[in-house]
Design a protein around this ligand. Structure first.
Ligand code: GDP
Ligand code: IMO
Ligand code: MG
Length: 430
């Protein structure tokens, strides 16, 4: 039995939901450790598509405990809606899900601040998902956040009043936006009290009991390493640590309790929102290279949460090398290989050049990352169909060559290969 952290290692949307769902039959617990409703994880089983935002992607399986850890941020309205959608589909969510009593609540003023700040930034906006993620994590760090367990606290009212005074000053005086009323906040708190508090639990205690019993745990990341608040393309990042190390702090487990780190990445690259993207080919703002268009269309690259079109580009070796390093990735899960079917040639960025010099790693500064020139290797494409392939011998030789080069450039073995959105479209390698 192994305990695995499964994380995205590009800019999110790598196919984490699909991979976690398909690995779930082999594990006893699936746990989320950071992020919140900014995540959109898609699971496809036959003609049934499920998109999860807060809830771990193991929820469709019987006998799997699903945990939402202290490192996450939870929006009561959104989470209850997500739970109800699953309950209507016959999934006994309340029996399978526990939420850390220490997780932070996203309240209406967080969403209002997120929207007002983005509007004020104009063309310099981060391009957030608008779910209040940044302001909520900001309150956590500033020690004025409201946690699930605080709903039971005597000083809750006074803390909400103090927060509202500050927030409404910011919203009205500074951002020229509408104020948030106490009634709006109370609705969220009442719903959380009624529906989420009954699921509140001491998550580290539950996890340790499972681990001591020899059960295996799958730690499910959200977003991707390039959106990590420390290691990503700051400030065009999310407000949490998304790297494998965050699984420990975000759930309350020790470093010795993780065996493997699965780095999930597409056979090409996508990004939603603003910020550097060195291998970009195609976007809604007018970049229109046919190969990028092919990826966007064939890959149906639209945000699972926001519906926004994703920017697309070639596989970025330096990005994945960086991610392998900062996460200690032990195996790659390459997804969406099938999307490259039909391209005459496929490019692989193997390094960056800046001012004529080849760089050893990606620059920490966004301006520099914007200025790098990708060094590409061009490989022949393939006309054959890899969609739905379940073994390596079903793949054309040129696809196998690309995968071998990815392993060499990223200095990491490929453990799994995904060839379609369905749970069964998978090749296990190691
Ligand atoms: P996540 O946020 O990492 O879970 O990824 P998303 O669900 O936001 O986006 C991945 C999209 O690609 C979803 O629509 C998946 O159904 C789909 N998908 C996942 N793996 C594959 C694959 O190997 N091939 C194809 N064609 N689609 C895939
Ligand atoms: P999953 O888990 C892709 C991006 C946003 C924006 C930046 C900050 O589905 O991979 P935020 O709302 O977090 O403050 O936005 O991060 N972003 C994602 N991009 N997939 C995600 O999640 C994302 N979650 C946030 O587009 O650029
Ligand atoms: Mg997603």
């Amino acid at each position: 039995m192994t305990n695995t952290v499964a994380i995205g290692i590009q800019w999110g949307d790598e196919g984490k939901g699909k991979i976690v769902d398909l690995l779930t039959p082999d594990v006893d617990v699936v746990a989320r450790f950071q992020g919140g409703p900014n995540a959109g994880h898609t699971l496809v089983i036959g003609d049934q598509k499920t998109v999860l935002n807060h809830i771990p992607s193991g929820i469709l399986h019987e006998n799997t405990a699903c945990l939402i850890g202290n490192g996450t941020v939870v929006d009561p309205f959104h989470l209850v809606e997500e739970m109800d959608t699953l309950i209507k589909a016959g999934i006994p969510v309340s029996e399978r899900l526990k939420i850390s009593e220490r997780c932070q609540l996203i309240l209406p003023y967080h969403r209002a601040l997120d929207a007002a700040r983005e509007a004020a930034k104009g063309k310099d906006k981060i391009g957030t998902t608008g779910k209040g993620i940044g302001p909520c994590y900001e309150d956590k760090t500033a020690r004025r956040g409201i946690r699930l367990i605080d709903l039971k606290s005597d000083d809750l009212n006074a803390r909400i009043d103090a927060n509202l005074e500050y927030v409404n000053f910011m919203l009205v005086e500074y951002l020229k936006a509408e104020m948030i009323s106490r009634e709006d906040v109370d609705k969220a708190l009442d719903l959380a009290r009624e529906r989420l508090l009954p699921l509140a639990a001491d998550v580290p205690l539950i996890l340790q009991r499972h681990i001591k019993a020899g059960d295996s745990v799958l730690y499910e990341g959200a977003q991707g390493s390039m959106l990590d608040v420390d290691h990503g393309t700051y400030p065009y990042v999310t407000s949490s640590n998304t790297v494998a190390g965050a699984a420990l702090a975000g759930l309350g487990v020790g470093p010795g309790q993780v065996d493997e780190v699965l780095g999930i990445c597409k056979a090409y690259t996508t990004r939603v929102g603003s910020g550097p993207f060195p291998t970009e080919l195609y976007n809604a703002e007018g970049m229109n290279c046919p190969s990028g268009k092919h990826m966007a269309e064939r890959g149906q690259e639209f945000g699972a949460t926001t519906g926004r079109p994703r920017r697309t580009g070639w596989f970025d070796g330096p990005v994945v090398q960086h991610a392998v390093r900062i996460n200690g990735v032990t195996g790659l899960a390459i997804t969406k290989l099938d999307v490259l079917d039909g391209l005459e040639e496929v490019k692989l960025c193997v390094a960056y050049e800046l001012n004529g010099e080849r760089l050893e790693s990606i620059p920490a500064c966004c301006n520099q990352l914007d200025a790098v020139v990708p060094i590409y290797e061009t490989l022949p494409g393939w006309s054959e169909n890899t969609f739905g392939a379940t073994s390596m011998d079903q793949l054309p030789a040129n696809a196998v060559t690309l995968l071998k080069r990815i392993e060499e450039v990223c200095e990491c073995p490929i453990a799994m290969l995904s060839t379609g959105p369905d749970r069964n479209h998978i090749i296990h390698l190691h």
